[in-house]
Design a protein around this ligand. Structure first.
Ligand code: ATP
Length: 240
């Protein structure tokens, strides 16, 4: 579904942030991208979302294809039109608007046919948002804000959902709920590209995972296998 081939990216005035990264998200799969701060995870998502220019980054080599078609970077709306939707890092929601207004705006932006029924599905997935539908975004807990941020992306009926650190700063129980929601969405057929610093969580749900180190893929394999890999355990899972 998504094919990233030999991708290198540089930001203005700095050295390469990605160096020859290749990655595939097959139809219906959860693929995880793990690695330390600064490894290049966010940069890869920005490249797929065609969001590099805003951050003064550019592709210096390689290409990104979605369902066989090259994303050229000429049109920032192109990935969204194809159904590639990203939940941004840092839960960007409208704090002064209610939960329902946040979702309605997102559904409207996605257009009638895609947005229809989406809000109800978000409420089914996250019942707590239905309970809080008239509450302003800024009064939600961190976990609820993250659910709303994911809900806003879902209102656009993605075919490929990309998430950047969805469990950052959440209590373990809330993080588990977010992961369970991602699993359910995937069971309904949605492909997922998940960026996580919490490697244990990410590898527990990923069919396939990539470890990024200093802008390059240092390891890849089925999530389960990487979980057992001694090097991964030592570096990312706090084990020996
Ligand atoms: P984090 O979890 O901290 O976001 P990451 O793995 O997502 O880490 P990136 O944010 O993609 O890593 O950063 C990769 C490299 O690119 C880092 O060296 C970072 O300093 C650099 N970088 C990121 N954004 C910019 C920018 N707008 N301008 C210049 N350099 C940047």
């Amino acid at each position: 579904m998504l094919d990233v081939r030999d991708l290198s990216i540089a930001y203005q005035g700095s050295i390469a942030a990605l160096r020859g990264v290749s990655l595939t998200v097959p139809e219906g799969a959860i693929v995880a991208l793990v690695g330390n701060n600064g490894a290049g995870k966010t940069t890869l998502l920005r490249a797929v979302s065609q969001n590099l220019r805003r951050h003064r980054g550019r592709i210096t080599q390689g290409e990104i294809r979605f369902e066989g078609q090259a994303l050229t970077g000429a049109d920032p709306e192109e990935p969204f039109r194809h159904g590639v939707v990203q939940v941004p890092e840092g839960r960007r929601i409208f704090g002064t608007l209610t939960v329902e207004e946040n979702l309605r705006l997102a559904a409207a932006a996605a257009g009638r046919s895609r947005g229809r029924g989406a809000i109800q599905r978000v409420y089914e997935l996250f019942p707590v948002l239905a309970d809080r539908r008239r509450q302003r975004g800024l009064l939600l807990s961190g976990g609820e804000q993250q659910m709303l941020a994911i809900g806003r992306a879902l209102a656009a009926a993605p075919r490929l959902l990309m998430l950047d650190e969805p469990t950052l700063g959440l209590a373990p129980q809330t993080a588990d709920r977010v992961m369970a929601a991602i699993r359910r969405l995937n069971a309904d057929g949605m492909a997922v590209l998940l960026v996580e610093q919490n490697a244990a969580l990410a590898l527990s749900i990923a069919r396939h995972a990539y470890v990024l180190e200093l802008g390059g893929v240092s390891l890849e394999g089925p999530g389960e296998r990487l979980r057992e890999d001694p090097e991964v355990r030592r570096l990312y899972l706090g084990g020996s």
